[in-house]
Write a protein that binds this ligand. Structure first.
Ligand code: GDD
Ligand code: MG
Length: 342
C-alpha cells in the first residue's frame, strides 16, 4: 500500500519551532515527528511513502533520507505552495500514484485503524473515505456530518458558530485515483474546499475512528502529544521512561537537577544543579543553568538558559536563543531563534 503525506505547509502556528525546521520533522519526544506517522502506517501494511514537501523541503529529506525501517520514502517537492490538493495532483502527474492510495496530513499523531477504514471503503464502493475523529472544539477543523451508512452529508471546513456534529476530518484519507479528475493540475487546490465538497453525495464516505488522534500543529497540542506519548497512549517504541514519566536521552548531564514529571531531555543537553524541568521539552544541545525553572515549555536546539531564570507555561524558545541569568519569561512567550533576552 502506498501513502502520500502532505508535508509542505509552513507550520505557522508552531513558530518559532518551525522557523528553521519544517513541522514534519520537528522532534517529538526526541524523534522526528514523521517517524511516528511512518511507523503507524507501516503497521497497517504501507510500504511506500511519498512525501510532498514545499516549505523547507530539503530539511525533510535531509532528516528522513530514502528509507525509514521497511518503508521506502520518495519526495515530490513543489516550487510554489500548492495547498493540500495540488500536491496530490502533482504526484499523479509524475506518474507516482497507484489506483488506490492513502493521503495523510503530515501533522497527525494517531493509531487509527487504517485496515478498518479500508474495509469500509471497499464495502461502500467509495471514491474517497475520510477518517473522522470526535473532538470537543471543532472550529479549527473540517466538520463532517455523515448518514448512518457513512455517506458524508456535508464538508464544513473551519466553520464559526454552531455545527451539526463534533466529528471532524482527521486528515487520513483513502483515495481512488480517478477522483483526482475533479482537481485541476498545475495550480494550488484544497482537498477540503475544492475536492471534498464536490464529492458529497458522489462517493464520499466517513469512517468514525476510535483510538488516539491529535493534530500536533499548535504549541498546546504539541505538548499534549508529547505527554501522551510519554504516558504510552498512543503506543510507540520510544525508550522506557524513568520513574517521573520522563525521557532523558544520552549523553546528557542532569546531576542534581529535578527532571520531570513528563519531561523530554534531548541528547547533548546539560541541566544545572537544583534546576527544575517540569512537563517540558528540551530539544538537543540545550543548556539550563543552576536554579533555573522551566514549566510546560519547549526549548529548541542550542538554547541557553542562564542561572535562576524562570520560564513559565506554554513558552516556546526558538533555536539558539539565549535567556539571561535571572530572566523571567511570562506564560505563552515566543522567543525568536537566536534572540537574546536579559
Ligand atoms: N505539500 C504541501 N503544500 N503541503 C501543505 C501545503 C502546501 O502548500 N499546505 C499545507 N500542507 C500540509 C501541512 O504541512 C499539513 O501537514 C497538512 O497539509 C494540513 O495542513 P494544516 O495547516 O495542518 O491544516 P489544518 O490543521 O489547519 O487543517 C487540516 O487538518 C485538520 C485535522 O488536523 C484540514 O484537513 C482539516 O479539515 C482537518 O480537520
Ligand atoms: Mg494541522
Amino acid at each position: 500500500m502506498q501513502a502520500l503525506i502532505l508535508a509542505g505547509g509552513e507550520g505557522t502556528r508552531l513558530r518559532p519551532l518551525t522557523t528553521s525546521v519544517p513541522k514534519p520533522v520537528i522532534p517529538l519526544a526526541g524523534r522526528p515527528f514523521l517517524t511516528f506517522m511512518i511507523d503507524w502506517l507501516a503497521s497497517h501494511g504501507v510500504d511506500q511513502v511519498i512525501l510532498s514537501c514545499g516549505f523547507l523541503a530539503e530539511g525533510v529529506e535531509a532528516v528522513l533520507g530514502e528509507r525509514h525501517g521497511d518503508v521506502a520514502l520518495r519526495y515530490v517537492n513543489e516550487r510554489e505552495p500548492l495547498g493540500t490538493g495540488g500536491p496530490v495532483k502533482l504526484a499523479e502527474g509524475e506518474g507516482l500514484l497507484e489506483d488506490r492510495f492513502l493521503v495523510l496530513n503530515g501533522d497527525v499523531l494517531t493509531d487509527i485503524d487504517v485496515g478498518a477504514e479500508l474495509a469500509l471503503h471497499e464495502r461502500s464502493g467509495a471514491r474517497v473515505t475520510l477518517a473522522l475523529a470526535e473532538v470537543e472544539e471543532t472550529a479549527s477543523y473540517g466538520v463532517v456530518p455523515t448518514a448512518a451508512d457513512g455517506q458524508v452529508e456535508a464538508f464544513l471546513e473551519k466553520q464559526e458558530g454552531p455545527v451539526p456534529t463534533n466529528r471532524i476530518n482527521a486528515g487520513c484519507y483513502i483515495v481512488e485515483r480517478e477522483a483526482l479528475s475533479l482537481i485541476d493540475a498545475g495550480r494550488p487546490a484544497s482537498l477540503e474546499r475544492d475536492l471534498f465538497p464536490r464529492l458529497v453525495g458522489d462517493g464520499l464516505y466517513g469512517y468514525l475512528a476510535d483510538g488516539y488522534w491529535m493534530d500536533i500543529g499548535t504549541p498546546e497540542r504539541y505538548l499534549q502529544g508529547t505527554w501522551d506519548l510519554l504516558a504510552g497512549d498512543p503506543p510507540s517504541d520510544l525508550p522506557a521512561r524513568d520513574e517521573s514519566g520522563s525521557l532523558v536521552y544520552e549523553p546528557t548531564i542532569t546531576a542534581g537537577a529535578q527532571i520531570g514529571p513528563q519531561a523530554v531531555i534531548g541528547p547533548h543537553c546539560s541541566v544545572g544543579s537544583d534546576a527544575r524541568i517540569e512537563r517540558s521539552v528540551l530539544h538537543s544541545d540545550v543548556s539550563v543553568g543552576p536554579d533555573a525553572v522551566v514549566l510546560e515549555s519547549v526549548l529548541a536546539t542550542g538554547v541557553r538558559v542562564g542561572q535562576g531564570a524562570r520560564i513559565e507555561a506554554q513558552t516556546i524558545v526558538g533555536q539558539g536563543a539565549r535567556i539571561g541569568p535571572g530572566a523571567q519569561l511570562p506564560p505563552g512567550s515566543r522567543i525568536e531563534p537566536g534572540a537574546e533576552v536579559d
